[in-house]
Write a new protein. Sequence first.
Length: 254
Amino acid sequence: MSITKEDELIGMKKISDVVGTTLKLMRAYAKVGISTKELDAYGGDILKRYGAKSAPYETYGFPGYTCISINKEAAHGIPSEKKILQEGDLINIDVSAELNGFWSDNGGSFVLGKDIHNHQPLVDASKNILRKAINHIKGGVRISDIGYIIETEAKKSGFKVIKNLAGHGVGRSLHEAPENILNYSVTSNRERFKKNTTVAIETFISTNSTVAVALNDGWTLVGNKGGYVTQHEHTILITDKHPLILTELNAIWD
């Protein structure tokens, strides 16, 4: 969305604080032995406490308040009582919600407990690449240039990117224009980031795959060639200088 009035910025800051705080608290609540259903219920309670509504639940009828993907699930993992968190699991939590007509989106991957499966390098690459990408965004920058940065940095780290998952505009709805802020460069795309607009920038960094495919449940995505995928996401306000990180309370870079 385009921010034209102070109350619009205040509205975006409020919902971004809510989803950022929810993600941070859910990450801290995740413990060995609990189910992803319990973790999701905890996140849902936080959103309700703030008066916010889960975006995937409200928009798409997703069977959960948040998306929780574990290990070889790339995205849109369904919370389940049967999925019990284990030491060393690679976990991704994606929290998006609506409050007073404003929407915000954020997410992050992390290793639960000890890194016994050596997932941390993939997690770190995703976080660092997101930071580098966001640091290059300002009004007038080509969207494809950010995709080039993400893919190039992934290759430098020995990883790949998922090409059919992308960042997007956000604000008055969960997904707005620009709809495809891809993790790789499409040179024919001459669209540029616009000053005073809000977008969700997210990385999808993988070990093996370049395409996410849906499982039979209709929601859960996995890599087409297996392996693991990490995602980190911030909602930002684009300026003519450094972007304003609206979801900074999620502390994914701490």
